[in-house]
Design a protein around this ligand. Structure first.
Ligand code: MTE
Ligand code: HPA
Ligand code: MOS
Length: 755
């Protein structure tokens, strides 16, 4: 069961359309549909909201709601606040919801919303990182991590280099957009069906906005059609708006955004500007680094402080730097509030590290692979710039294996020779390592609960605090439970995440879903098994700890009974057949005030070699071949893990090549639909795509079955694709090093070539 490459529990239902998403559920009688009226200004005072024409059109049906109608607090800020669900007095970005209009049909709501008139008194807008940095506008104070004395070490270093990198944003483009259904219950209670990675956050924020107890709100999530971080905090906005209208009208209310509204309203991956200075020796050994990482946070903080922190944690990737200073800036701008996105700032920090080490290698005319390898941290010797000693470190093994299996050296020579011959195209080759810290850096989040029920027929219902967004968490935890009881996974039924079953849950995020919820479910199984073993030993003989759970049976010395039969007997003897499990990650601690500690339980590592081809005249690029080798420890389900590695890489490839977020001069997002925003398609896959999990690997830490988290780290394997494109651009340029922005669009590639 553990290590079985079983299909996702809903694989068939996904492709047949049987899998139910919130918008597929049968609509409750009296349902109202909601449409939001969005700000057309980046920054303005609201001078008047005129809903008369809209109200006349509704003719008594539905409701029109503004900030003034919110019974509790107009604030869903997860870290700080206030972060309004509907603009109050001022608007702070183009796309900010100002008015919510609900009617018995979507059409009626849309028609009425179109008649709402909002008058503005425009103010000056601060739109980008540069403007915010100049104005000193931040959503939290700038923050520094340091080890040693970077300035002094830089001054002493035999060689120095400096650089700047612009790193682009990315829309989540989950297939299922943001949606919530609020259904009023008796006694003022509220049931929320949502598409959320964080049901407890939705519960908490709906309670806060309604001004009711958390105990009065229940949130249920069966599955999401993708979350990718975009549903960690933002679903609370839409659930809370729906709840306000439901409370007011006493009718069920649905709020489902269409794609354009979703892209206009919601935050995305943070774009960054990274500035670095490095000191190193003649062999390219890093001696000192100073780095400034500035991110566009948007109009409110949301999770930006934690995201900029994670960028800082990963700003030196897997490289040892004796003296380092990394400072992060979360810039407050009049744009969408950027939020969690697969990697949570880590990819941006890590790309800066890779651009830096690449530039150092070029300045020495050395192969970047050798310089990377030379700078790897040495376990037991090196601590990170936040003071975590690196212990288990598999990257050297991954690197050696991947360089051999990808035939790196021979292909390097062949590509260099081909490039020397010239022609309309150039090719590039690059290697990139990934070392990603696993755990929420807010230590308290690293806890989880589960609820396991064994019924008298021997079947099992499983519930835990994690949410399913396509990553396969439910299947993995079901396999863990089935393995614990020694029964077929078909006997384990998964149930929707529900704040009424397992409370106070963390977001399913930071790639920790299986580590946390899998361990909590195993804890619940352990309790039930202890009781069953105790009972079985008493009834059938032997010592409780000699009782075995395997092959659908419970067995002792000289006897064996089908699981169901023994369970029935245990019920008859009044043995408790269900349990709540709990898990808290051990060993981790972090003090943000001193920016030191052991924030991560362990590191997840992988590496990639990519080969790119660019068209010198047009700047178009293609990844011809990609070799990925990623470590998931002892895999609980290699099929799902492989899917995460492939999917993560491709999502990273989109971020670094074709996905481009464009604003106009007035702060209007111009890329708010698939017609203008290009995610990668099947045709963008490398025609030669070789993906492998590291074999015979086990987590050195005692994670569930010695597995490792896999959700986010592989996204950063795509750094190799960006580096390969950069390598090709270099071959097309007259200079020893080129400057390439991310994403490497054709325009960016041409700029890099032409300088
Ligand atoms: N895979 C799919 N198919 N859909 C998703 O939305 N989200 C990613 C990753 N893989 C995502 C996904 C992100 S951002 C995270 S943090 C993890 O899954 C969360 O799930 P896990 O902790 O169970 O790995
Ligand atoms: N990763 C993802 N989501 C989070 C984190 C993190 O480290 N902290 C808070 N939410
Ligand atoms: Mo993932 S960005 O931690 O939801």
């Amino acid at each position: 069961m553990i290590g079985a490459a079983l299909a996702h529990d809903s694989a068939r239902r996904h492709v047949t359309g049987e899998a139910l998403y919130v918008d597929d559920l049968p609509e409750p009688p009296g349902l109202l549909h909601t449409v939001l009226v969005l700000s057309t200004e980046a920054h303005a005072a609201i001078t008047r909201i005129d809903v008369d024409a809209a109200r006349a059109l509704l003719g008594g049906d539905g409701a029109i709601v503004t900030a003034a109608d919110i019974p509790g607090r107009n604030d869903v800020g997860p870290i700080s606040g206030p972060e309004p669900i509907l603009a109050e007095g001022v608007v702070e970005y183009v796309g900010q919801p100002v008015v919510a209009v609900a009617a018995s049909s979507r059409r009626a709501a849309r028609d009425a919303a179109a008649r709402v008139r909002i008058a503005y008194d425009p103010r000056e807008a601060v739109l980008d990182i540069a403007a915010a940095m100049a104005a000193g506008r931040f959503v939290c104070p700038p923050h520094t991590m340091r080890r040693g004395d970077a300035a002094a070490a830089l001054a002493r270093a035999p060689r120095r280099l400096a650089g700047m990198l612009r790193i682009g944003s990315q829309d989540h483009f989950y297939l299922e957009g943001q949606v919530a259904l609020a259904i009023p219950q008796e006694g003022g209670a509220m049931l929320i069906l949502a598409s959320s990675q964080h049901p407890s956050e939705v519960q908490k924020m709906v309670a806060r906005v309604l001004g009711v107890d958390q105990a009065a709100v229940t949130t249920e999530v069966r599955r999401m059609g993708g979350g990718f971080g975009g549903k960690e905090t933002q679903p609370a906005i839409f659930a809370a708006i729906a709840a306000v209208i439901a409370r007011r009208t006493r009718r069920p209310v649905k709020l489902r955004l269409d794609r354009d509204d979703d892209m206009m309203i919601t935050g995305k991956r943070h774009d960054f500007e990274a500035r670095w200075q490095a000191g190193f020796d003649d062999e390219g050994r890093l001696l000192a680094v100073e780095m400034d990482l500035a991110a566009r946070a948007g109009h409110v903080a949301d999770l930006s402080p934690a995201i900029v922190d994670r960028a800082m944690f990963h700003a030196l990737n897997a490289y040892a730097v004796p003296d380092a200073r990394v400072t992060g800036f979360a810039c407050r701008t009049h744009t969408q509030s950027n939020t969690a996105f697969r990697g949570f700032g880590g990819p941006q920090g890590m790309l800066a590290a890779e651009a830096m080490i690449d530039a150092i290698a070029r300045s020495l005319d050395a192969d970047p692979v050798a310089i990377r390898r030379r700078n790897y941290v040495v376990p037991g010797r090196d601590a990170t710039h936040y003071g975590q000693m690196v212990e288990d470190f598999v990257l050297p093994r991954i690197t050696d294996e991947l360089l051999a299996t990808s035939d790196y050296a021979a292909r390097r020579a062949a590509i260099d020779a081909a490039n020397r011959r010239g022609g309309p195209t150039r090719r590039g080759l690059a290697f990139a390592p990934v070392m990603f810290g696993i755990s929420f850096t807010a230590t308290a989040y690293n806890q989880a609960g589960a609820l396991v029920h064994v019924y008298t027929d021997g079947t099992v219902q499983l519930n835990h605090g994690g949410t399913e967004m396509g990553q396969g968490l439910f299947q993995k935890v079901a396999q863990i439970v089935a393995a614990a009881f020694g029964i077929d996974v078909a006997r384990v039924r998964l149930t929707a995440t529900n704040t009424g079953k397992v409370p106070n849950t963390s977001a399913t995020a930071a790639s920790s879903g299986t580590d946390l919820n899998g361990a909590a479910a195993a804890d619940a199984c352990r309790q039930i098994k202890e009781r069953l073993a105790e009972f079985a030993a008493r009834r059938h003989g032997g010592a409780p700890d000699a009782i075995r759970f395997e092959d659908g049976a419970i067995a002792g010395d000289g006897w064996s009974l089908p699981f169901a039969q023994l369970v029935t007997q245990a019920y008859g003897a009044r043995v408790q057949l269900w349990a709540a499990g709990f898990y808290a990650t051990p060993k981790i601690h972090y003090d943000r005030a001193t920016a030191t500690g052991r924030p991560f339980f362990y590191f997840a590592c992988g590496a990639a070699v990519c080969e790119a081809e660019i068209d010198v005249a047009t700047g178009e690029s293609r990844i011809l071949r990609a070799d990925l080798l990623h470590d998931v420890g002892r895999s609980i389900n290699p099929a799902l893990d492989l899917g995460q590695v492939e999917g993560g890489f491709i999502q990273g490839l989109g971020w670094l090549t074709c996905e481009e977020i464009v604003f106009d001069r007035d702060g209007r997002l111009r890329t708010h639909a698939p017609s203008t925003y290009k995610i990668p398609t099947a045709r963008d896959l490398p025609p030669d795509f070789r993906v492998r999990l590291l074999e015979s690997s086990a987590n050195a830490e005692a994670t569930i079955h010695r597995s490792k988290a896999v959700g986010e780290p592989p996204l950063m394997l795509a750094n190799a694709a960006w580096l390969a494109i950069k390598d090709a651009a270099r071959a097309a340029s007259a200079r020893a090093e080129v400057e390439l922005d991310a994403p490497a669009t054709p325009e960016a590639i041409l700029r890099a070539i032409r300088g």
